[in-house]
Structures are given as structure tokens and as C-alpha cells.
Design a protein around this ligand. Structure first.
Ligand code: GLY
Length: 365
């Protein structure tokens, strides 16, 4: 039974279902087969996911063609990897009657979704996220892409999934750093859309860090409801969907400046603190609000400062490539209060002067 349906009019799928549960990976294959009876299946995954046993759990001994991304991680999120996947599918004599199954974290989902979008002008993709980051964010919403040598997701497509299966039991195998950093996107959802969810996270950090499946199912339901409703309203990021980029303007710059040594969630944590400092500089919020956010990040053990080695000018230059930039200067998603994003003149990304941003970056050292 689907837990949720997300409607995305104007796309080949028009709507898709999200299934949430614990230990649902072994039954997902049969469900995908039943939903795509005339289709072949091609799995895209990575070496970490295979080593954790998730590919075996999905296939249950059935033979199936698959592509393992090596090395796992952002470093492989390139156009070359997308080309290699498309060519592997051709070599396996697959056609448009193929469903791509993305089994992995955010990088796998983004690359596999992009390969599905371009393979013979597009085939369906099913997302099976295996990290806290992908389960909270990247597997839902249809953003796919790979990085260029200049910036993140420079090649990309909106390619909404045919279905999403969220098995909260699989994150048990994640290393602690990956597990904790992915939770930052859940905190972000509370900040942008639901103060009650933010309080739930504040009050359940012990259970979350203990990877309690019931608590993780609650998180998944909150995340899918929040992200799903934003995506339904604005599937192609014309305006409202920008709120999902809270913390990402500075976050993406910090991530790229670290040469992807920092994990996405870690960089977004720094970006969220930066956004909070901007809100304080502009008298939009009080320091006590930022203290609550910082306290959660400190419990999660994610960074709340820009590393001292990062060159200020490099960060500024990277921010000029932000997709919300106008005249080569980014606009920022900011909060009016926890659970409410600021909207000025109907726009969810607002102008902030260079002086304020430079000041905040200095304070973040
Ligand atoms: N991760 C932001 C979005 O999906 O729009």
C-alpha cells in the first residue's frame, strides 16, 4: 500500500507513490515488477551499497543487470558516469521498455535519474534511497543531474520518479558521519515548513541518533509530506520550491570549496547557520532562534563554522554560480520564523547585499 501519492501534472508519470516502512527492501522488487509488467529492470547502485548487502536484499537471488558506480560519492557525479550508464544499458540490449532502479544515496539517485532521463529520450526511474539524506530529500521531487568541473548539477533534468521506496531499516548500515549529516535536511524541513516537526526533532534526538525504526518512520512521513506538498505546488522550481534550498546558497559553495571533502548535509548545516546569521543582521530573527538550531547541529555533530582554510573570495565566486543568482549575485531563502519562509513581493528568494554576506562569512570563521 502506498503511504503517499505526489501529484506532478505535466510529467510523464503525472503522479507517483511513496512507500515507507521498515525492512521493505526485500519486497520492493516484486512490487516494481507488478507496477511495470512489460518492462525490463536495470539497477544503478554503488560499491558501498553493494558491500552493505542492499543489492542482494533487493534482488533476493534474482539475476538482473546492474551498474555499480565507482568510486562511490560526489566525485563520480560526472557526465562521464552518466554516459557509462547509458552505454551499459545499450550493451545489455535494453530499450525504452526499461525501468531504472536507483538504489543508493543522493549521488546514486541523481546520476541514475539523469541517466534515465536521457536514455533513449527518457525511461522511468524508481528511487530506493539508502541514506538519511536521500530518504529525506533527494529521492523525492525529481531533481536529477551531474556536476561540471565548475559547479554542482550543471547538467540536469527534472525527471520525476515512477515510485519511491523508503526502507528506514537500511540506514542502520550507514557510517555515523553519513547518518548524522543526512539528518540536516530533515531539520531543514522543520525550519522551512513545520515548527511542530522542528520541535519533534528537538525532542527525539536520542531516538533519532539510536536509529530507532519507529522514530525514523515518523521522520520519513514528515519529510515526504513537507517535501511532497512543496513539489506538488511547484514541481519545476519556478518559485515556492526554492524554499527547499534553505541553507544551500552558502552550503553549496562550502561543499564545492572543500572539494567535496565535506558531506552535503555538513555543508548545508553551515549554510543554515549562515542564513540564520543573515536573518539576525537584517533584524528578521533573534539570536535565540539560531541558538536552538545550533544546539541541534551540535548534538548531530555536524559543523557549524566555515573551515579556516577556505578562502573567502573563492566562496563568494562559487556563490555567484548559485541557481538563484540574478546579475551574478545570489538571492537567499530566509526565515520569518521557524516553520515560515520569508516571502517578499511574492518571491521566496530575497536580495541580500554583498556587505551583509561578507560580514556573515567572517563571523562564521
Ligand atoms: N533538494 C531541493 C529540491 O529538491 O528542490
Amino acid at each position: 500500500m502506498p503511504d503517499m501519492r505526489i501529484k506532478v501534472p505535466g510529467t510523464p508519470e503525472t503522479q507517483y507513490e511513496i512507500v515507507i516502512g521498515s525492512d521493505i527492501l526485500p519486497s520492493a522488487w516484486a512490487q516494481i515488477k507488478a507496477a511495470h509488467t512489460q518492462y525490463n529492470r536495470f539497477v544503478v547502485t554503488d560499491e558501498h551499497v553493494i558491500a552493505a548487502g542492499h543489492l542482494d536484499a533487493l534482488l533476493g537471488g534474482r539475476p538482473a543487470p546492474y551498474f555499480a558506480i565507482k568510486p562511490a560519492g560526489e566525485v563520480s557525479k560526472t557526465i562521464d558516469t552518466a554516459v557509462a550508464i547509458v552505454e551499459a544499458m545499450e550493451k545489455a540490449y535494453l530499450g525504452r521498455d526499461t525501468v531504472v532502479i536507483a538504489l543508493g544515496g543522493g549521488t546514486v539517485g541523481d546520476i541514475a535519474g539523469f541517466a534515465a532521463a536521457i536514455f533513449k529520450r527518457g525511461v522511468p526511474v524508481v528511487q530506493i534511497p539508502t541514506t538519511t539524506l536521500a530518504q529525506a530529500d533527494s529521492a523525492i521531487g525529481g531533481k536529477t543531474g551531474v556536476d561540471s568541473s565548475v559547479s554542482k548539477n550543471a547538467f540536469g533534468a527534472f525527471w520525476h520518479p515512477a515510485a519511491v521506496y523508503i526502507d528506514v531499516a537500511v540506514v542502520k548500515t550507514l557510517d555515523d558521519r553519513q547518518y548524522r549529516s543526512g539528518l540536516v535536511e530533515s531539520v531543514k524541513h522543520g525550519l522551512i515548513a513545520d515548527a511542530g516537526y522542528f520541535e519533534f526533532i528537538e525532542g527525539h534526538l536520542d531516538e533519532i541518533l539510536a536509529r530507532d525504526p519507529d522514530t525514523l518512520e515518523m521522520l520519513a512521513r514528515y519529510n515526504c509530506r513537507i517535501k511532497g506538498s512543496v513539489v506538488e505546488e511547484d514541481p519545476f522550481e519556478k518559485n515556492k520550491r526554492r524554499i527547499l534550498n534553505y541553507g544551500h546558497t552558502v552550503g553549496h559553495a562550502v561543499e564545492a570549496a572543500s572539494d567535496y571533502e565535506m558531506l552535503h548535509g555538513e555543508a548545508v548545516a553551515v549554510g543554515i547557520i549562515a542564513a540564520g546569521l543573515i536573518e539576525i543582521e537584517l533584524s528578521l530573527s533573534k539570536p535565540s532562534q539560531l541558538d536552538r538550531i545550533r544546539a541541534i547541529f551540535e548534538r548531530l555533530g555536524v559543523p557549524v563554522r566555515v573551515p579556516a582554510s577556505m578562502v573567502q573570495e573563492k566562496l563568494i565566486d562559487l556563490m555567484r554560480h548559485d541557481k538563484k543568482a540574478v546579475d551574478q549575485w545570489p538571492r537567499f531563502v530566509l526565515l520569518d520564523r521557524i516553520g515560515q519562509v520569508r516571502c517578499e513581493d511574492g518571491q521566496y528568494a530575497v536580495q541580500v547585499s554583498r556587505e551583509v554576506v561578507v560580514n556573515v562569512l567572517k563571523k562564521l570563521r
